[in-house]
Design a protein around this ligand. Structure first.
Ligand SMILES: [Zn+2]
Length: 382
């Protein structure tokens, strides 16, 4: 991964070039940002740029021996640490990233914008808890105490430093008293997940969502969708490139009819219909359910806007979706939409924590039922 492979994020790319050019590269960098914003890709791109033997004002050359190794994620001076699970008959407490490097490189090639769920799914361990353990921290200390093999810098990238927990203390000294030319890049979803002592010693870089324009460029270059579908997708993913990539591979971009059906089943509460609908959803797999719920949330938010603005200008819905939205608006008011948005938001975060999908969707159905029924009662009393 080179910085030039990543769409957009121009301000960050310029910043990287500037600190390298002025010789002021921080010893410890903390990159924080949401899923799908490209933190890992940026860290790898920065590492490749640092190691490039012929860098120019434009960036890494892409052709020197360092660039070629960095591209394959086999550069001996760029080390990776990431959450892992138990492997084969190695003791859990002895299992470190080193045992997963082969899988890691394959994963990076296939999912450069993937998250922890994608990683565990890739390992066939979606139901397992990953972590970064003491042995990993010792490995990091060892990596950075080595001489550089061929690069100018020793670089340690820690993906999901959120998982360091208290073990973060072990690498504190590395950050407080850095050896020459060592650079640690911590990548986090939530900067509060890491010890304050660590946080205060790192140069903090906030990675913003990709702009709609950046996502559009990516979608343009990587799909043959109609321009209308591309536009929809760009709005749908809201700056999350990971989601954009996933949605590109999903066949269906408009779930509004499915959302409508779900609300209908929820309202009627016929157990057979509800169970049938949920079983079909579950059959599509977890990722598809996340896409579906994420879509549902986007749809509700746009409906919210539709009611609030009393006009369909600036509403990020297609004509077909608007037809469904208009039907739904007759049944639910602003406050009900707000409550539904809340349920969808909570459920999406629950689903990422590996709750039983069936229980989650059933409980959502009951909650949707209560909201829709309450609305009817309100109408009656009005
Ligand atoms: Zn190069």
């Amino acid at each position: 991964m080179q910085l030039s492979d990543i769409p957009g994020h121009q301000a960050l790319k310029d910043y990287f070039l500037k600190i390298i050019d002025s010789g002021r590269v921080p010893h410890a960098i903390m990159m924080t940002g949401g899923d799908g914003y490209g933190k890992l890709a940026l860290a790898i791109g920065l590492a490749a740029l640092l190691e490039c033997k012929n860098k120019t004002a434009e960036g890494a050359c892409g052709t020197c021996s360092s660039c070629i190794k960095a591209q394959k994620n086999i550069h001996p001076d760029i080390h990776f640490s990431f959450p892992v699970i138990k492997k084969d008959n190695i003791k859990r407490q002895d299992t470190t990233s080193t045992y997963f490097l082969k899988e890691w490189r394959e994963f990076l090639a296939e999912h450069p914008y993937g998250n922890i769920t994608d990683w565990l799914t890739f390992l066939g361990a979606a139901d397992k808890q990953a972590n970064i353990n003491v042995a990993e921290c010792n490995e990091i200390i060892k990596n950075l105490s080595l001489m550089t093999y061929e690069g100018q810098y020793k670089i340690q990238i820690i993906w999901y430093a959120d998982y360091l927990g208290k073990e973060g203390n072990r690498i504190l000294k590395l950050i407080e008293e850095p050896a020459d030319n060592t650079i640690i890049i911590l990548i986090l979803n939530n900067s509060n997940a890491v010890l304050n002592t660590l946080k205060s010693r790192c140069q903090s870089i906030l990675v913003p969502p990709f702009s709609d324009e950046d996502i559009k460029v990516y979608v343009e270059n990587n799909s043959s969708l109609s321009s209308k579908d591309k536009q929809e997708l760009v709005h749908l993913v809201d700056g999350d490139l990971r989601l954009a990539i996933q949605s590109l591979s999903a066949t269906q971009l408009n779930y509004s009819e499915d959302i409508m059906s779900w609300f209908r089943y929820s309202y009627k509460a016929d157990p057979e219909e509800v169970v049938g609908f949920i079983d079909t959803l579950i059959g599509n797999g977890k990722q598809e359910i996340i896409n579906f719920l994420t879509y549902g949330l986007h749809f509700l938010r746009e409906m919210h806007q539709l009611i609030a603005q009393d006009s369909s200008e600036n509403i990020k819905l297609s004509d077909e979706e608007k037809v469904v939205a208009e039907k739904l608006i007759k049944l639910i008011d602003m406050s009900k939409i707000g409550q539904l948005e809340q349920i969808f938001t909570q459920s999406i975060s629950h689903i990422r924590r590996n709750l039983s999908l069936k229980i989650l969707l059933m409980s959502m159905t009951f909650e949707i039922n209560a909201i829709l029924k309450a609305e009817v009662n309100n109408l009656v009393t009005k």
